[in-house]
Design a protein around this ligand. Structure first.
Ligand SMILES: Cc1ncc(C[n+]2csc(CCOP(=O)(O)OP(=O)(O)O)c2C)c(N)n1
Length: 628
């Protein structure tokens, strides 16, 4: 670690540095990020892009009194390093270590937590209005990426800002990238500003002014800085129409320009938007060459950027299957909300470029857009992470299900996401989809069954959803072609008369292990692959309810409102009172960490299921081996 970086314990230490030292500190931070993340993984590209911006903000403002909000907050590593977390930084995203995003419980400098896009402006406005009502003087600064402005909530906030407050600073951190290249009219609009012929002139002007003021007295510096910043005032119709004064675009890697501009904006009695140009991945050539990959990734070689190539993932299995199904059915179209890489649709795009739609970070729009296409005979497939589909709950209900439209939701990252933590865990989708009339909800145990479920879904007259997790598929031998499954029919893998164990989707290995353990002790254990969460196979449930002493359900989802709850309800409605041991996540937010360790900690294990179910079985009969 560099000497300057080592001297920084809090933002106060930063304020003692001069511009040259701060520029050197920026390089030390970059090197520290590249080395650390090569071991921990994380959002390298976005963080390399905002080092100077974050330094300048902390130099001019005073957190935690002043409030910084970062949209998504995946780009807050420098903020963490500067605010007393440098020594723990190597624990980022590791079990028990720092979270990868802003977390209110982690530090007083993290005034607002996030992980989903589009929230920074609304929350910042709320804080600014609260300050105004309390007669406070603190500054509120919201930093949002260019792709965050493709999100509707950002515009709902913009629509409201000028009416509610006179003091709010919005920083548009424009690097022209979302995870993939940013798309849509807003992206084109920002690009037009940046490539405007006047920009170069203004950019040079601001740099010259700041160079000139170096070394002069503080008063003169501030006055000249004001002139410089005023000189940069550049009318941007869009933001001006929303009632914000627009400043920029300025070079987001030029510390003096950033600092003098913030000093000026701090005293303006009007909401402002500062357009800052940054380079995602700055200082690390592999990240500049492969923007998408280095947005967020696991461990890599810090020299070459190379990562270990792994097994096929669920996302890849989904996308290749969708390409095949689209070959067979010209009505199939694929929709992503700015996640072509994460959802695997990158693999679909080259095969069916005209049937691939990236709508930006706009999950609600994605779902309603799909509904519109479905009304005209298409078979839209929305590939959206379980956690991000939460955003679009109402469109799923109001625009798809209520209108009985055949849209398929393929929910990637359904289950515990691991390192990303609670903002990204997909633990609620069964609960929020199960109560929607006509919804067909499925979970595959392997990639072959995923293909069958997709084929089944595309044959249905109404809405459907499939949940599958992050990570590699089991790697089973594939059938030559996908088959349509009987809807609402579970698959009994092993018959049994003491206990019936249901392993939902990728939790099936736990069901099989539990069955093996119970069988080895003389119990007779049935194993069932439910396939359908809805409609639930009540016939199969009823069949076993008449024979077994208990059910066990395994699910990678919260217990409350989840699959086990569905089984309980199904049994109760049929008049059975057989106990159900429900193995799933408890009624609390689960921290980040390794999936296996968190499963151990929260009892999503064979051992936990065993200890809960055996007393229920023993009451009914002695184990056969013991009895004989
Ligand atoms: C609601 C929602 N949808 C999707 C995502 C996934 N996501 C995380 S960061 C990101 C791109 C953000 O781009 P931008 O705001 O421009 O910031 P940058 O990474 O370029 O700094 C996306 C799509 C998310 N976090 N939230």
């Amino acid at each position: 670690m560099g000497a300057l970086l080592e001297s920084i314990q809090s933002p106060a230490d930063l304020k003692r540095l001069n511009y040259a030292q701060m520029a050197a500190l920026a390089e030390e931070i970059r090197e520290f990020l590249i080395q650390t993340l090569s071991k921990t993984g994380g959002h390298l590209g976005p963080n390399l892009g905002v080092v100077e911006l974050t330094l300048a903000m902390h130099y001019v403002f005073n957190t935690p009194i002043d409030k910084f909000l970062f949209d998504v907050s995946h780009q807050v590593y420098t903020h963490k390093i500067l605010t007393g977390r440098r020594e723990r930084f190597e624990t980022i995203r590791q079990p028990g270590g720092l979270n990868g995003f802003m977390l209110r419980t982690e530090c007083e400098h993290d005034c607002y937590g996030a992980g989903h896009a589009g929230t920074a402006l609304s929350a910042a406005l709320g804080m600014a209005v609260a300050r105004d009502m309390a007669g406070g003087t603190e500054n509120v600064v919201a930093v949002a990426g260019d792709a965050a402005f493709t999100n509707g909530i950002s515009f709902e906030a913009l629509n409201n800002i000028a009416e509610q407050t006179k003091r709010l600073i919005v920083v548009l951190n424009d690097n022209e990238w979302s995870i993939d290249r940013n798309v849509g009219a807003i992206a084109r609009y920002f690009h037009r500003i940046v490539t405007n012929e006047h920009y170069q002139h203004l950019h040079d002007f601001s740099r010259r002014v700041v160079q000139k003021i170096g070394g002069q007295t503080a008063v003169k510096v501030i006055r000249r800085a004001e002139e410089a910043a005023k000189g940069m005032l550049w009318p941007s119709m869009l933001f001006e129409e929303f009632g914000l004064d627009y400043y920029g675009p300025i070079d987001g890697h030029n510390l003096p320009v950033l600092i003098e501009t913030f000093k000026f904006l701090k005293n303006i009695d009007h909401p402002v938007l500062l357009h800052v140009l940054t380079q995602k991945g700055r200082g690390f050539q592999p990240a500049l060459d492969l923007q998408k990959k280095f947005h967020g990734l696991g461990p890599y070689d810090p020299e070459t950027g190379k990562t270990a190539s792994g097994q096929q993932t669920w996302s890849e299995a989904f996308a290749t299957t969708l390409s095949d199904l689209a070959n067979q059915d010209s009505r199939v179209v694929a929709i992503t909300a700015a996640m072509p890489n994460g959802t695997g649709l990158d693999l679909f795009r080259p095969h069916h470029p005209k049937r691939y739609f990236d709508v930006g970070i706009a999950e609600e729009h994605a779902v309603i857009f799909a509904a519109g296409m479905a009304t005209r005979g298409f078979r839209p497939v929305c590939a959206i992470y379980s956690t991000f589909l939460q955003r679009a709950f109402d469109p799923v209900v109001h625009d798809v299900a209520l209108q009985k439209l055949p849209v398929l939701f393929c929910m990637d990252r359904a289950g515990l996401s691991g390192d990303d933590g609670p903002t990204h865990h997909g633990l609620f989708d069964i609960a929020y989809l199960r109560g929607i009339p006509d919804m067909v909800l499925m979970a595959p145990t392997d990639e072959d069954e995923l293909a069958d479920m997709m084929k089944t879904a595309l044959s249905l007259p109404g809405p459907s959803a499939i949940r599958y997790p992050r990570g590699p598929v089991p790697g089973v031998t594939r059938k030559p072609a996908a088959e349509i499954l009987p809807v609402g029919k579970a698959c009994v893998l092993a018959d049994g008369s003491d206990v019936a164990i249901l392993g939902l989707g990728h939790m099936m290995p736990l069901a099989l292990d539990l069955a093996a353990r119970l069988e080895s002790e003389g119990y007779s254990a049935a194993v069932i692959n439910p396939r359908f969460i809805k409609p639930l196979d009540v016939e199969t449930l009823g069949h076993f309810a008449r024979r077994v002493a208990a059910f066990v359900t395994f699910e990678d989802h919260v217990r409350m409102g989840g699959f086990g709850s569905a089984v309980l309800e199904g049994l109760e409605e049929m008049g059975y009172s057989v106990p159900v041991v429900r193995i799933g996540w408890p009624d609390q937010f689960i921290e980040h960490g390794k999936v296996d360790a968190l499963r151990q900690k929260y009892g999503l294990t064979v051992a936990a299921a065993y200890s809960q179910v055996v007393p229920l079985l023993s009451r009914r009969q002695r184990p056969k081996l013991v009895a004989s």
